[in-house]
Design a protein around this ligand. Structure first.
Ligand code: OAD
Length: 253
């Protein structure tokens, strides 16, 4: 069953003029980065209302930085997994137009993808909330929280907090990609956070096939998704991309 769906996904990708991927935290679980929801998820340990809203960062940055420092340490240690590597290969083969990612870990960049829309920003970049000076995450000392700039201002990562808008360019480009693709791969996202969760619906309403890859069913499954491939991103994507690659190498076969 899963094998048939994997072959079907490879065929749909080969026949599509434009393929776009939407990725979520499940994409990086096999790189040892915790997801947000579900067992072992970040929101099990930290209530987002108490830690992840922009007004908390402004009022009590030391508290938000308890969560941020944990995320930062995990992200700086992480390496792309076979799922990331497969999406980079798919782009090199000319069968992936772009990745819209909700992840802030930068692992799609590290895997080698070029066309990436970072919907929720990137945790590897940070800036001072006072003087706007930019700083790389690996240069930030976490010895005393919150970390501060030379000017005394609080440093924040360049990510979207709850209560903040999605960067305008990321939003308009993502909508454009969703409207114009023939296939959208929806990988490792719980479908719970808007506006990212509306992108597959936009793609579908413009005629795209939605291929969902996840270890468990979501609100997309059976509704927005054209079909659902149950499994780990790091196991399913390499199999799909191997089929795309061999068909690209032997087009008559
Ligand atoms: P979630 O943590 O909500 O969901 C992760 C999804 O990945 C779940 O559906 C899991 O079943 C699935 N999953 C786990 N391991 C997997 C694996 N190895 N392979 C495939 N799927 C797997 O993460 P997101 O949907 O990305 O926003 O969350 C969306 C947003 O909510 C995040 O970007 C973040 C959070 O609040 C902000 O910080 C603004």
């Amino acid at each position: 069953m899963t094998e048939e769906l994997i072959s079907r996904a490879a065929r749909d990708i080969l026949q599509a003029k434009k393929v776009v991927a939407l990725t979520g935290a499940g994409m990086s679980v096999e790189s040892n980065i915790a997801p947000f929801r579900g067992k072992g998820g970040i929101w099990e340990k930290y209530d987002p209302v108490e830690y992840a809203y922009i007004d908390v960062l402004i009022r009590n940055p030391g508290k938000t930085w308890i969560l941020l420092s944990e995320m930062q340490k995990e992200i700086l240690k992480a390496k792309p997994n076979p799922g990331h590597v497969s999406l980079a290969e798919l782009e090199r083969l000319g069968h992936l137009s772009s990745i819209i990612t909700q992840n802030v870990d930068g692992l799609h960049h590290e895997a080698g993808n070029k066309n990436i829309i970072e919907f929720h920003g990137n945790h590897r970049d940070a800036y001072c909330m006072e003087c706007s000076k930019r700083i790389k995450a690996e240069m930030i000392s976490l010895e005393s929280l919150p970390p501060r700039c030379e000017c005394g201002g609080v440093i924040r990562p360049d990510v979207v907090f709850f209560g903040e808008a999605i960067p305008h360019q990321a939003l308009t480009q993502s909508h454009q990609e969703a409207r114009s693709c023939n296939v959208m791969l929806v990988i490792g996202t719980s479908a719970e956070v808007q506006p990212a969760a509306s992108l597959p619906d936009i793609a579908k309403s413009h005629g795209a096939i939605i291929i969902e890859i996840n270890i468990e069913a979501t609100a997309f499954t059976g509704y927005t998704s054209s079909y659902f491939i149950k499994g780990k991103a790091g196991e399913i994507l390499p199999q799909i991309v191997a089929l795309v690659k061999s068909a690209s190498a032997n087009p008559a076969a």
